[in-house]
Write a protein that binds this ligand. Structure first.
Ligand code: NAI
Length: 247
């Protein structure tokens, strides 16, 4: 258990990929702060981890709102005394073709998926700098590097995350803080549940390994990046996509 005594915040962790990441971190001994929009949903995920002998606290906050993020991070410091890991996982989609994309669709996705990463990273790094240690993992997407019809907002936000990751990795490296991204491909969650069956079949054809990934596949990659085994890795993107895109 290499995360004993460590505190981790995972955003958007009440379900899907975020929940799998929280479960994996708790399994290694971390106290995990389950963030999500709804306190009730976050509490349910935290209770599940505690039922399996893990340590978890639920804290609702909208990552797009810097004041709510500040309050959450202050509370984590009060309750846990330190923050060792931040996983910026919260994300949304508002898919539609460019000409139909409303300004609200653009703003909503950029605010949660990109500004949310900025808000949380900024709030947490203040304490990590004082500790002179920390690890940040940002969840991007394969769409950041390949683009996708109907996802101009989402692709822009996710590609933004990759640039942000590299800039912040350079800024914080001398303070003992590593910053990396994980770019998942097609993972079975509520987010991908909405994709029509015929498009799903086409997607699977484009995956060399021939199957859809599970949230645990992403969680294992995150676990590696936060582990001491990755101590020499920063500013990188780890692609977890069954070979769908090879970069
Ligand atoms: P999901 O929709 O199942 O879960 C996302 C979670 O984030 C939800 O619990 C939601 O309530 C929460 N959330 C949304 N807005 C929030 C906000 N403003 N503040 C706090 N929490 C908020 O999605 P999934 O599939 O688990 O995705 C997780 C991350 O992985 C996202 O960043 C997504 O873009 C990314 N991703 C997912 C892929 C997939 O195939 N499922 C592929 C590539 C990336």
């Amino acid at each position: 258990m290499f995360l004993e005594e460590k505190t981790a915040i995972v955003t958007g962790a009440s379900r899907g990929i975020g929940k799998a990441i929280a479960v994996a971190l708790a399994r290694e001994g971390a106290t995990v702060v389950i963030n999500d929009l709804s306190q009730e949903a976050a509490e349910a995920a935290a209770a599940e981890i505690r039922a399996n002998n893990g340590r978890a606290i639920a804290m609702a906050a909208d990552v797009a709102d810097s004041a709510q993020v500040e309050t959450m991070v202050t509370r984590v410091m009060e309750e846990c005394g330190r923050i060792d890991i931040l996983v910026n996982n919260a994300g949304i989609t508002r898919d539609t073709l460019l000409l139909r994309m409303k300004e609200e669709d653009w703003d909503a996705v950029l605010n949660v998926n990109l500004k949310g990463v900025f808000n949380c990273t900024k709030a947490v790094s203040r304490f990590m700098i004082k500790q002179r240690s920390g690890v940040i993992v940002n969840i991007a997407s394969v769409v950041a590097v390949m683009g996708n019809i109907g996802q101009a907002n989402y692709a822009a936000a996710k590609a933004g995350i990759l640039g942000f990751t590299k800039a912040v990795a350079r800024e914080l490296a001398s303070r003992g803080i590593r910053v990396n991204a994980v770019a998942p491909g097609y993972i079975q969650t509520d987010m991908t549940e909405k994709i029509p069956e015929e498009i799903k079949a086409k997607l699977i054809e484009s995956i060399p390994l021939g199957f859809i990934g599970q949230p645990e596949d992403v969680a294992e990659a995150v676990l590696f990046l936060v582990s001491p085994a990755a101590r020499y890795i920063t500013g990188q993107t780890l692609h977890v996509n069954g070979g769908m895109v090879m970069v």
